[in-house]
Design a protein around this ligand. Structure first.
Ligand SMILES: C[S@@+](CC[C@H](N)C(=O)[O-])C[C@H]1O[C@@H](n2cnc3c(N)ncnc32)[C@H](O)[C@@H]1O
Length: 259
């Protein structure tokens, strides 16, 4: 297992460069340029991706402020399942900020694993209404179509820029439908980042029985005050299961290990 190393020197807040290309259509060019620069600098490991690279490429780097951020913890969970048979899956892709480092790391340390990425790529449907009714913190994304400013083309293009297009199967659609495409798949790693009570419920019911012993499922919003429905769904689901959510400190994420 890797250790979550703190960087020696805290990094300065990176300049916000995303606006330069956000609407320009040049994003893939910047993604490729960023990767090329890293290669020239000899940076091979996802854990060494610098902040500016994350900003440039719209991805979550493991050590955003010199300390382990959420992605460092998620990647550490991914490493644990290196010997567990089964695929890896992310539910809730949005623009691929977490998918890219997860897929990059998975390809490097367990190249034979299949990787699936599920999202509507149209944002939330009307099940977001229950999140609006719940007493969570306000979020501008809490609306029908929230997180809808993405597309499958954008995510595929980002995967291509990172040389991952053949490694990740992107399955668009609402989970209720899209998960049905994989009735007999088994899983070693599942990352749930889909905010809503109903979405968590659907994913838990689908993935849990398909997880092999030792498999890990990570819940991104278990401790997120904006999305209390996520924790509610997880707690309800594991009430009668052998596994109970392990809740480390922020920014680590709650997770379970399948017995
Ligand atoms: C918080 S975003 C994901 C963020 C992404 N993992 C990242 O780190 O950048 C949540 C995503 O879940 C997706 N989502 C939520 N419920 C869904 C459902 N029932 N079916 C399909 N996609 C869903 C939304 O479309 C949205 O893109």
């Amino acid at each position: 297992m890797i250790s979550l190393k703190p960087d020696s020197a805290p990094q300065m807040n990176p300049p916000k460069v995303r606006y330069i290309y956000r609407k320009s259509g040049l994003a893939p060019f910047f993604w490729r340029a960023g990767r090329l620069i890293l290669r020239c600098l000899g940076v091979q490991d996802v854990h060494d991706w610098p902040c500016w690279f994350g900003e440039l490429c719209g991805i979550d780097v493991p050590f955003p402020s010199g300390q382990p951020g959420r992605m460092a913890h998620i990647l550490e969970k991914l490493r644990r399942v290196g010997n567990v048979p089964g695929a890896a899956a992310e539910c809730g892709v949005y623009q691929g900020a977490s998918l890219i480092p997860i897929a990059y790391q998975a390809k490097k340390i367990m190249p034979s694993k299949r990787i699936y990425a599920f999202d509507s790529f149209a944002g939330f449907d009307d099940s977001v209404m229950s999140a609006i009714d719940q007493s969570g913190e306000k979020s501008s994304r809490k609306s029908i179509g929230g997180f809808g400013n993405t597309s499958i083309a954008l995510v595929r293009s980002k995967l291509r820029a990172f040389g991952l297009e053949k490694d990740v199967q992107v399955i668009p659609g609402f989970f209720e439908e899209s998960l049905r495409h994989l009735p007999s798949e088994r899983f070693a790693f599942v990352f749930l980042d889909c905010d809503l009570y109903e979405s968590y419920q659907i994913c838990l019911e689908f993935f849990y029985p398909r997880m092999n012993p030792g498999a890990v499922m990570v819940f991104d919003e278990y401790d997120d005050p904006a999305w209390p429905g996520a924790r509610k769904a997880v707690d309800e689901f594991f009430l009668d299961k052998a596994e109970k959510p392990i809740v480390p400190k922020f920014p680590d994420r709650a997770y379970i290990v399948k017995v």
